[in-house]
Ligand binder design. Structure first.
Ligand code: NAD
Length: 422
């Protein structure tokens, strides 16, 4: 019996991801059977994660790991701790990871994981127990040659160390290659912590150059001041761009002359939030993406540029540090307004590129210098950028459509070369 792709929810990241795939399939002229195969995940695991809290009570959280595709190699993707996590979100993020890995030509398929928990509500000891329990639940489907988690929203290098230790304890020997984004002292790669931000800033500068925007004198806003947004804001500021506003889940701050990102970082380290930063004015976080700047960098969560606010966007360039920040409806509105969108699967691919370098270094038990990592990262980002620009211009597509089509074509090519088993 053939299985049709499950019915789409009315809206949300999975709806958008499947619609983007459908568009690429139509453009490439691919058969309906292959389309259905790519619209569904290869493997999904839903687990319940019981946690003994510090006060002795027991709480239970939903957890997921979704592996979208293995045609080009083992699955690869982040682990998210957020109350917004649900199975459809994880499915969408896993599909986008497949396209991202193919687009920047790293030998992986896509995966994603999540636990529906707010990490800010838990002690480090509780987070360690949740991480170890979740890891032990998904242990049968992860491994350095199967599926390799990495940090995402709400998780960090410490989380990766706990996953690596739990996995290693269970197989009886140390396996550094089971995760990426590890601490350097456990085999993490130099340059990994800043890799996603570095890639975002690098393509932002290429996008500005393509639109004739000089970074010196250009203005930008960055939504989200976490692992991606903070580094992107810093690197843009170092390139001469005036980063006028940033936001996080607690608020937003604005300074006409540009924020002092180093001082803002110190404030966040002390207080946990950008809110209350003395070197700037507090503004309404909901208007951040519509401020009158040259470049908007959404680097927080999905679905922040929507049909409701897209027409109010004044920037000429959007660089998607986050996954899925622009809904498909907003995408169409922004295309009509001639706003250049550097899509997530290109803009934030620096993380998975250096994750790949980390995995290679772990497998070789040999560490590269930070300069080597950064040079190879920029080389791959530049190549992917030129591939997308050339394909978009040859086929009259948006950069998102071009990037998705290129990536889907590469995944299909790998699938066809391997053939369908049995
Ligand atoms: P993070 O947890 O380190 O930071 C997230 C930031 O977003 C925090 O500052 C948080 O306060 C803020 N935030 C959350 N909800 C918000 C909202 N509604 N409005 C404004 N700010 C909000 O996470 P991260 O690793 O920086 O990930 C951010 C995005 O980048 C996610 O979409 C993630 O999937 C994507 N991404 C991350 C990596 C990586 O290497 N970490 C790689 C590729 C893509």
């Amino acid at each position: 019996m053939s299985t049709d792709a499950p019915a789409l929810p009315a809206s949300g990241p999975l709806t958008d991801a499947r619609a983007q795939l459908a568009e690429a399939i139509a453009h490439l002229g691919v058969d309906a059977g292959t389309h259905r195969m790519l619209a569904t995940s290869r493997r999904e695991m839903a687990v319940s994660v019981p946690l003994r809290r510090d006060d002795g009570s027991i709480a239970t959280y939903e957890g997921f790991r979704v592996q979208h595709n293995f045609s080009r190699g083992p699955a690869k993707g982040g682990l998210r701790f957020s109350t917004a996590v649900d199975l459809d979100e994880v499915r969408a993020l896993a599909m986008w990871m497949s396209w991202k890995c193919a687009l920047v030509d790293v030998p992986y398929g896509g995966a994603k994981g999540g636990v529906a928990i707010d990490p800010r509500e838990h002690s480090a000891a509780e987070l360690e127990r949740v991480t170890r329990r979740y890891t032990s639940e998904i242990l049968p489907i992860i491994g350095p040659e199967v599926d390799i988690p990495a940090p995402d929203i709400g998780t960090d290098e410490r989380t990766m160390a706990w996953i690596m230790d739990t996995y290693s304890a269970s197989v009886g020997h140390t396996v550094p290659g089971v995760v990426t984004g590890k601490p350097i002292s456990l085999g993490g790669s130099l340059g990994r912590a800043m890799a996603t931000s570095r890639g975002v800033a690098h393509v932002a500068l290429m996008a500005m150059a393509s639109r004739g925007v000089d970074p010196a004198g250009a203005t930008a806003v960055v939504q989200g001041f976490g692992k991606v947004g903070r580094g992107a804001a810093r690197l843009l500021a170092e390139s001469g761009v005036r980063v006028q506003a940033v936001s996080d889940v607690d608020g937003a701050v604005w300074a006409d002359g540009g924020l002092d990102i180093a001082r803002l970082g110190e404030h966040v380290d002390e207080t946990g939030s950008v809110a209350g930063f003395s070197g700037a004015e507090a503004i309404d976080a909901s208007i951040l993406v519509t401020l009158d700047v040259d470049v908007v960098v959404p680097a927080a969560v999905e679905g922040v540029i929507t049909a409701d606010n897209a027409a109010d966007v004044k920037a000429r360039i959007i660089v998607e540090g986050a996954n899925g920040p622009t809904t498909n409806e907003a995408d169409a509105i922004l295309a009509d307004m001639d706003v250049l969108i550097v899509p997530d699967i290109l803009a934030n691919a620096g993380g998975v590129i250096v994750s790949y370098f980390e995995w290679v270094q772990a497998n070789q038990a040999y560490q590269w210098s930070e300069r080597e990592v950064n040079e190879r990262l920029e080389e791959r980002m530049t190549r992917a950028w030129h591939d997308v620009v050339a394909y978009a211009s040859a086929h009259d597509l948006s950069y998102r459509q071009a990037a998705t089509a290129l990536a889907v074509r590469r995944v299909i090519e790998a699938h066809e070369l391997r053939g369908l088993y049995p």
